[in-house]
Design a protein around this ligand. Structure first.
Ligand SMILES: Nc1ncnc2c1ncn2[C@@H]1O[C@H](COP(=O)(O)OP(=O)(O)O)[C@@H](O)[C@H]1O
Ligand SMILES: [Mg+2]
Length: 213
């Protein structure tokens, strides 16, 4: 299955989650391909760091150009169980292209009101993509504050946005996610072990896998 992790807004956790999900599925024994569609190349960079540290590598490539991304994913996807596309950045070309080949879009957002506004941007990109392909979109609250009412407010605001469902789970703001992804490590490989982070990530991965079945 082809999953795009996208949001026109930067810094919401697209690359972090793309790396974690791709590594998580690969450690489960799935054939995974991580496609970096962002010019910044954060995801591919993490996989390169991983390879340099001597860990088992995973397939990864970068296609910052939307047309190339679409062509390559179309041609190569059948060799994998899952393709994870990290698409975003300010230029939405790669994101538009990715959506036309994806089964599912995961939209990370953070519990701040302007992020919720950015989601209406994403909703209009989705309307466009859906004229080509039926892609399901799931919003995911990332870097959530365990305390405070931010999370609840974001959820309420999202209820007004059409075409994007809210995932019934969230990923907390945890240093281990940032450190692990930067080092190209899955959260379960990272030490010191953060059990809460591992539990959250595995719940997300299992939820997505169950949807895609
Ligand atoms: N759940 C999280 N907990 C802690 N830090 C996070 C989390 N998700 C992302 N970050 C950090 O936030 C910053 C932006 O994340 P990143 O994945 O690069 O966003 P994007 O790819 O959407 O621009 C990075 O420094 C990353 O380490
Ligand atoms: Mg990124």
């Amino acid at each position: 299955m082809i999953i795009t992790i996208g949001n026109t807004k930067g810094g919401v956790g697209k690359s972090t989650l793309a790396v974690q999900l791709a590594l998580g599925l690969a450690l489960d024994g799935q054939r995974v391909w991580l496609v970096d569609g962002d010019r910044q190349g954060t995801s591919l960079g993490a996989i390169t760091v991983r390879a340099e540290s001597g860990r088992a590598p995973i397939a990864a490539a970068a296609y910052p150009d939307g047309a190339t991304l679409r062509a390559q994913v179309t041609q190569q996807a059948s060799a994998y169980d899952h393709v994870i596309i990290d698409a975003g950045g300010r230029d939405s070309t790669a994101l538009r292209a990715a959506l036309t080949v994806s089964d599912l879009m995961l939209v990370p957002f953070q519990p701040r009101s302007f992020d919720v506004w950015a989601l209406s941007d994403v909703a209009s990109l989705l309307r466009e993509a859906r004229s080509v392909r039926d892609v399901r979109a799931l919003a995911l609250l990332n870097a959530a504050d365990p305390q405070g009412s931010d999370n609840e407010e974001a959820s309420e605001a999202l209820a007004d946005i059409e075409g994007i469902e809210l995932l019934p789970l969230r990923i907390g703001r945890r240093k281990a996610f940032a450190s692990a992804s930067g080092a190209g490590l899955h959260i379960d490989e990272y030490r010191p072990r953060d059990v809460n982070a591992s539990t959250e990530l595995s719940a997300l991965k299992n939820h997505l896998v169950s949807i895609l079945k």
